[in-house]
Design a protein around this ligand. Structure first.
Ligand code: 5CA
Length: 162
């Protein structure tokens, strides 16, 4: 049977189970720290990687999670329009405090507290996507429809135009 997961990956696996999802976290020896590394590690396209990026409202200081396709960048002006205040990229310690996970392994759900979540519409064009599962060596796969159910996120046009 499978090997034991590292504790942060196990935290994600347990959270997924508790939320009623059957996804299996897989741990790879290769790095999955970046979207392109993650895509190479599982043999999928970079567009199929769901990056979970944390931003911070500049006035409210509230965390905002944006889940974007691995090939896209978040347009902070579009995010500002959506949440009604300017945003900045969260610093590493804020990410850990708000999600319970370190950058490079932030999952789309299973955080220490609920986070307002926005989802890049481009992810819906994929049949299968892969998301981080707590560590820079752990991922799980799911459909875009499951990502919506898992995160209760809102699908939006959020990418920077090239
Ligand atoms: N495991 C991979 C694939 S799912 C992953 O987590 N990728 S990621 O893109 O969602 O997370 C890495 C992101 O963290 C980078 O895109 C970058 O935007 C952000 N990041 C990296 N270093 C820092 C830093 N020092 N401060 C703030 N954000 C950072």
């Amino acid at each position: 049977m499978g090997n034991q997961l590292q504790s942060s990956a196990q935290k994600v696996q347990s959270a997924l189970q508790a939320l009623g999802f059957p996804f299996s976290v897989v741990e790879l020896s290769a790095s999955t720290r970046t979207a392109s590394e993650a895509a190479s590690a599982v043999g999928c396209g970079v567009a199929q990687i769901a990056k979970s990026l944390v931003f911070r409202g500049k006035h409210s200081h509230k965390p905002v999670l944006v889940i974007v396709s691995g090939v896209n960048r978040v347009d902070e002006k579009k995010l500002r329009q959506l949440i009604g205040e300017p945003v900045g990229k969260a610093k590493a310690d804020f990410v850990r405090e708000q999600t319970g996970f370190a950058i490079g392994g932030v999952p789309p759900a299973g955080h220490v507290r609920p986070i307002e979540t926005w989802i890049d519409e481009d992810l819906l064009a994929q049949e299968e996507i892969w998301a981080a599962a707590g560590t820079p060596h752990a991922l799980f796969s799911l459909s875009p429809a499951d990502l919506l159910r898992l995160t209760d996120g809102t699908v939006v046009d959020i990418k920077e135009e090239q």
